[in-house]
Design a protein around this ligand. Sequence first.
Ligand code: UD1
Ligand code: CA
Length: 448
Amino acid sequence: MQTALVILAAGQGTRMNSDLPKVLHPLAGAPLLVHAMKSGAALAPARIVVVTGHGGEAVADAARDHDPDVRIVVQGEQRGTGHAVAQARAALDGFDGDVIVLYGDTPFIRPETLAAMIEARQENDVVVLGFHAADPGRYGRLMMTGDRLDRIVEFKDATPAEREITLCNSGVVVAGSRLIFDLVEELSNDNASGEYYLTDIVSGARRRGLSAGVVTCDESETLGVNTRAQLAGAEAAFQARARAQALENGVTLIAPETVFFAHDTVLGRDALIEPDVIFGPGVTAESGARIRAFSHLEGCHVSRGAIVGPFARLRPGAELSEDVHVGNFVEIKNASLGEGAKANHLSYIGDAAVGAAANIGAGTVTCNYDGVFKHHTEIGARAFIGSDTMLVAPVRVGADALTGSGSVITEDVPDGAIAIGRARQVNKPGLARKLMQKLKDARARRQN
Ligand code: UD1
Ligand code: CA
């Protein structure tokens, strides 16, 4: 049976108190919406539909950025979750299978839970994901008879007795495509909120003599983000899980609580991560890589045996081969470093290819930007770049070549050559003492 995802992301998220639509707030370096898309994508859905409304274009862009095949529908006015699902009908035209409804602000639903819901569809026409809430608050309540779900009561519409129920609605629903769209067409908004509730499809199904059932999951999975405080809580929960997972995968974290992961960080077995390291999105570090304290990595690859930091910054496109060393206060962007290359101190290497075993001296800068265009620097294998060399790109330093310290290199350096591009030194005997005496005399005159 094929599946399709419908992700509801039209709400404004007023309580975030933000100009950014709620579902675009980042969690572990990716918008909340992307987390929902990733959970659902594990089921290999035939189609993914995102229902947008507030901040529609930005939300659509983020969705397409993650998955270019996503279909976007616009819910002009937010008239309830049932109304939102109804907007997806045309986008699922010709699709025949199970529709899974997810919320864009609920990032932690596990793929295994969705798979269990698909499985439960064999016995039920409608399957709802429920959870036992420690504090049921304003969640919708699941009204059961045995293991059959009779209906869902929204908090606002519930009687005091119904509010005592602690089995709550997560919002995730699975039903056959034809059925779910027929049921949402029939909804009424005659309720406390004046909205078309998706939750009412349960009683709709039961009226037709169809069955509804519940799959339960841990409350931590259903955590939704409505406020900045909940976003911070979600981040903490994500990080705690990511750290535990890394340790289990054989990564050494000396101080786990000080290391921050992105949603897609990949670390090989026996990688060693020192304290206070931050992984932005898109980092892979191979087995045995060592990331030393206070380093910030993003969009980069670190190979086996490489050492990064302390205090290093790897920006998108940094590609470190085996046994590369990148030391303190070195920034690398869109640049590859060949096997065994070293840049150990105070350098900026951007838009460059550095050959194997090349040595980049302290203070070296690739001057890659002329104010309009970015230019490329090439450094050959085993080249020795003297300290404080300015490499004015586009420029190429050949294999086994050497640049003198303090050089400004504006022309290509042939293989094996020495390039010196700096003013010649002149010594003036005795002049320093004379100058100093003059200054001291001037000070004495002023003080009198
Ligand atoms: C909903 C459920 C409730 C459940 C709770 C779990 C309904 C009627 N109620 O309540 O039973 O316990 O979620 O968190 O479904 N959205 C749209 N368009 C709309 C309305 C909402 O896209 O017109 C989106 C929102 O952006 C959000 C999601 O649907 O991502 C849920 O909407 P929200 O208003 O937060 O529902 P709740 O009142 O929390
Ligand atoms: Ca909500």
